[in-house]
Design a protein around this ligand. Structure first.
Ligand code: TYD
Length: 140
């Protein structure tokens, strides 16, 4: 399987539409409207211990929207050449991570929740978990 040559600049922070009023806000994500892929899976990360790191892998095909549903955390994107750290701290913003990007998450605030909208069901063979292998595949 070929690894996409997507770059960190292909990962965009999206301001998701929200309905705001004094009694609180609602943010809506509808397939084929607010998101450029069909959502096949939703999962969320929580109770990450202080100082903890998650991620540390890339995907061949999976694309994701990452949302700080509560609290905040950082996403470090790496395309094998450049790296970028993005702080997510609002539930109406999503970071679109395209296929072929190495990502790690850290700096989780206490009680934070990272919600992930994913384009595919879970498949371990879609993961690249070895950074050196990732760098080699990215050069091809
Ligand atoms: P992983 O995706 O590596 O977590 P993170 O990127 O947050 O560090 O997944 C951790 C473990 O959970 C791994 O053994 C695979 C399993 N897992 C599933 O079984 N289904 C899923 O949908 C996800 C996201 C993970």
């Amino acid at each position: 399987m070929n690894l996409s040559n997507n770059k960190i600049t292909d990962c965009i922070l999206i301001d998701i539409s929200s309905i705001q009023n004094q009694s609180g806000n609602i943010t809506v994500v509808e397939n084929n409207k607010d998101i450029p892929f069909s959502i096949q899976r939703i999962y969320y990360l929580y109770d990450v211990p202080g100082g903890g790191e998650r991620g540390g892998h890339a995907h061949y095909e999976l694309e994701q929207y990452l949302i700080a549903a509560s609290g905040s955390f950082d996403v470090i994107l790496d395309d094998g050449i450049n790296k970028k750290r993005i702080h997510l701290n609002r539930p109406n913003f999503a970071l679109h991570i395209v296929p072929g990007l190495w990502r790690a998450l850290d700096n989780f605030s206490s009680g934070s929740i990272c919600m992930v909208l994913a384009s595919h069901k879970y498949e371990e063979k879609d993961y690249i978990r070895d950074y050196n292998q990732y760098k080699e595949l990215k050069k091809k």
